[in-house]
Design a protein around this ligand. Structure first.
Ligand code: NGQ
Ligand code: ZN
Length: 452
């Protein structure tokens, strides 16, 4: 059985020393024993934290990261012009390209300490909009990429039917995404079969947004006994359109019309009024925050102090993958609050004065909830997902415990992640993914084709 001996590990009870973590053949933790000397175990000499779940990814957008920055001839660039660029780009992907790009992304996520990814997947069909012979072809390519990289996955097939709230005709650029409920359930069935009993793969549902589905469709999905992810209230324009169409803001509409509870993840939830902050927090649903993407797309700043004050829960995702590191997402989240509020140490409490630790704890718990898998803590019954931070790295040197987490999140650009174990398997060694070269070669082939 794989076992690991951590010099220091962050357990649910706090930091502990000489921690033996034993896992079973399926990759679940079976025992955690502090204060042991076990020479037979694989030694992790640094600070070991639970692997961080990434709750929001559109993997194909990794191939666009950094490539959609140019001013367009008309100027006036925005989220909506970025989306036009994305629609042109998404038309180019073959199944092989999608798999190669996703594998590269997932290897990068692992190298930075993400050990699970919730893939919000809507790139279902061929470029002309006809389904592939196997309608779940593209979803299965993403599952294959996750298996190749060795990352855990919650595959979230997305239901996308319309081009605006509620029932507006779709845009040309959306044709690879579109399904009715029957087509969608064929994809979900295919995904379920591909996931099988694999403990590394779970399945959830993703009605894309109030812009892409109808209330009836949402109701049809809302009985699902697992994670339900939906984009909500990312841009002021969609809030205004929802208000005009329904008389309610998007988050208010969801809270009032759907059984929103701990299964639900409202991705972004950027634009909230006071009532929405309080009621979203009370619902037990998560805010799925994607700070580097939200900054990149000019979305706005999440109301973190109010939401945390109301007892709200959140997790983090990398969405368009302009950032691929949990530390950078958490830093961007906190520093955006500081810029707006002229404050510091925003995500802290009297009992927990370290923002690095507070943010990490929230992202672990929220990410686990969003993934519908048993992870996010070094404890028996959880997945054996471990991230070793090299405490001899110049960024972390001389720091320990929660102060080391602050240094990891809030300083420098380097990456002190030394090794990563996912489901009991070592997937990153000496800072590099174990298949980094082969995965990058395939990514290179795909990128040259996509950018030609
Ligand atoms: C997406 N991305 O589905 O990839 C969206 C853009 C939309 C972000 N919202 C498309 N960041 O929301 O209509
Ligand atoms: Zn998204």
């Amino acid at each position: 059985m794989p076992s690991f001996l951590a010099a220091r590990a962050l357990l649910p009870t706090g930091w502990a020393e000489d921690v033996l973590v034993e896992s079973d053949a399926a990759g679940d933790i079976v025992a955690v024993t502090p204060g042991t000397a076990a020479p037979a175990a694989r030694r992790l000499a640094g600070h070991v934290i639970p692997g961080v779940p990434n709750l929001h990814s559109h993997a194909f957008q990794r191939a666009m990261a950094g490539g959609a920055e140019r001013r367009s001839p008309a100027g006036q660039d925005s989220f909506w012009t970025w989306r036009e660029t994305m629609y042109r780009f998404v038309a180019l992907f073959s199944p092989e390209d999608a798999e190669a790009v996703a594998a590269q992304l997932y290897a990068e996520l692992l190298e930075h300490g993400f050990t699970a990814v919730a893939e919000f997947h809507y790139l279902h069909h061929q470029p002309d909009g006809t389904p592939y012979t196997d309608p779940a072809e593209m979803a299965k390519r993403h599952i294959a990429a996750a298996r190749r990289a060795g990352i855990g996955m919650t595959m979230l097939p997305a239901l996308y039917r319309h081009g605006g709230i509620f029932g507006k005709p779709p845009h040309e650029g959306q044709r690879r995404f579109l399904n009715d409920l029957d087509g969608f359930s064929r994809i979900v069935q295919g995904v379920r079969a591909a996931a099988g009993e694999d403990p590394q793969v779970a399945v959830g549902l993703a009605p894309h947004s109030l812009r892409a589905v109808t209330p009836d469709m949402l109701r049809a999905l809302s009985g699902f006994d697992g994670p339900i992810h939906i984009h909500a209230a990312e841009q002021p324009k969609e809030v205004a359109e929802c208000l005009a169409a329904t008389g309610a803001r998007p988050v208010r509409w969801l809270l009032d019309h759907m059984p929103v509870d701990a299964r639900w993840v409202l991705i972004h939830a950027t634009h909230l009024d006071d009532g929405e902050v309080a009621d979203l927090a009370r619902s037990g649903a998560l805010a799925g925050l994607c700070p580097t993407t939200e900054a990149s797309l000019g979305d706005g700043i999440f109301r973190l102090p109010e939401f945390l004050g109301a007892g709200g829960r959140f997790g983090i995702g990398t969405d368009s993958h302009v950032g691929t590191a949990p530390a950078f997402e958490l830093r961007q989240l906190e520093t955006s609050q500081r810029l707006r509020d002229h404050a510091r140490a925003v995500a802290t409490a009297e009992q927990n004065p370290h923002p690095g630790r507070t943010l990490l704890d929230a992202a672990l718990a929220g990410g686990a909830q969003a993934s519908g898998r048993r992870l996010g803590a070094i404890a028996p019954g959880m997945r054996a997902d471990l991230v070793e931070l090299d405490d001899t790295h110049p960024l972390l040197l001389g720091r320990a415990g929660d102060a080391l987490l602050d240094a990891w999140v809030f300083s420098g650009q380097g990456n002190p992640v030394r090794s990563v174990v996912c489901g009991g398997k070592a997937v990153v060694e000496a800072g590099r993914h174990v298949h980094a070269m082969a995965i990058r070669d395939a990514f290179g082939v795909a990128m040259r084709r996509l950018l030609q």
